[in-house]
Design a protein around this ligand. Sequence first.
Ligand SMILES: Nc1ncnc2c1ncn2[C@@H]1O[C@H](COP(=O)(O)OP(=O)(O)OP(=O)(O)O)[C@@H](O)[C@H]1O
Ligand SMILES: [Mg+2]
Length: 448
Amino acid sequence: MAEIIISPNQKQRQFFESTARYTAYGGARGGGKSWAMRMKMVLLALSHNGINILLLRRTLGELRENHILPLQKLLGAVAEYREVQKEFRFPNGSRIKLGYCDAESDVLQYQGQSYEVIGLEEATHFTYFQYQCLTECNRASGNMDKPFPPRMLLTANPGGVGHDWFKRLFVDRKYRGNEKAENYAFIKSLVFDNDYMMKHNPEYVETLMALPEKRRAAMLYGDWDSFEGAFFPEFCHEVHSCRPFDIPIRWQRFRALDYGLDMTACLWLAVSPENRVYVYRELYESGLLLSEAARRIKEMTPHGESIRYTVASPDLWNRRQESGKSGAEIMMAAGLGGLKKADNSRITGWRVVREYLRDGEDGKSALCIFDCCENLIRCLPLLRFDDNVREDAADTPHEITHAPEALRYALMSRSPKTGSAGEKPPSYLYSFEGKPPEKNNIKSIIDY
Ligand SMILES: Nc1ncnc2c1ncn2[C@@H]1O[C@H](COP(=O)(O)OP(=O)(O)OP(=O)(O)O)[C@@H](O)[C@H]1O
Ligand SMILES: [Mg+2]
């Protein structure tokens, strides 16, 4: 008979014993979170016949290093590992499935599935959307001979894209809607609680001590306030989004583009006579070649809609090795005219976006996004501060940066204060059916 002998420390024991609907554990580096998560899953699988367990990390690499390999070592004689499904099958019908959610939409693969227990490792690396989707799969699987109340287990350190929702639920304990305080338990653990580390690797404490002040407060002492959360805390759905309406024909319109093969984000914007900017349409699609992206943008712009210009990331003007042509030239050849190089001063640009999000004198902000622009509305509040560059936004997770970048280019292109003073005049590329525009056309665009 195979035996697994483990000796949890006192905090890990509390984690094992918690039967709350949602139990979070940790809050600082090295407290023994991953170990506790793994072991609790094994204990649940061994003691409840037919239980379905899902253990998730953000990326496959982390999952393999942190869990698949240690579990294979631990369960070699106890459970069978199936590589294709990435799951451990126990003789009593229980299974532990391991997964990852690299892109935000990866979570949708679990839609419709049922797991009595779901573990989120490094939960602050998951977005609120992902967490919510997973709560929907946390239900009876129908495999078990005895009923088992579904539950979720979370481990986390401060910081990351999920810092705010995790902190609200488990640290600040501020609940809304149907959330009930009694369903949420948080067991804080620090590296000092991890007897194994204190005995075998006490120098690790010195490593954490040597971190910059704010990071040290978070990672060594589990201080959730030392990390800045959302990059745009001023963003609020009720204030900054609105139902679509017919935009008067005389309002000026322009587009902003952040092109990438991984994601093309293009925004359509209109300016009201009061100078309020409305984002009224978005393209958000991965895998588009330059010419395809240009065609999609044209297709999505109804005939007769007059677009003043399309401001785009400056790297579009770099020459590509394969063709010797720049991305802008390729897009122009595909029929997308009026391209204008964006001012890519990041910090100034984010400041401009922040200004637009602030309340104006009339209580309204200078920016409003039609609620059909789901990706811009989703990504703006997810942006985090860069750990190293004050005032800049982090560029991870990369997926969430495209739509906000396009918005930054858009608002910078209108900013009189920051404009291109002292720089070369913006360069324009025209296509207008392949012909250069009339001189007075150029003037009208530049004047704008
Ligand atoms: N009760 C225990 N018995 C034996 N080893 C343990 C125990 N708890 C933790 N460890 C070991 O301590 C080390 C650190 O633990 P673990 O990786 O679980 O910490 P963590 O909190 O997940 O760290 P991080 O913040 O870096 O993710 C690992 O080598 C782990 O195997
Ligand atoms: Mg860990």
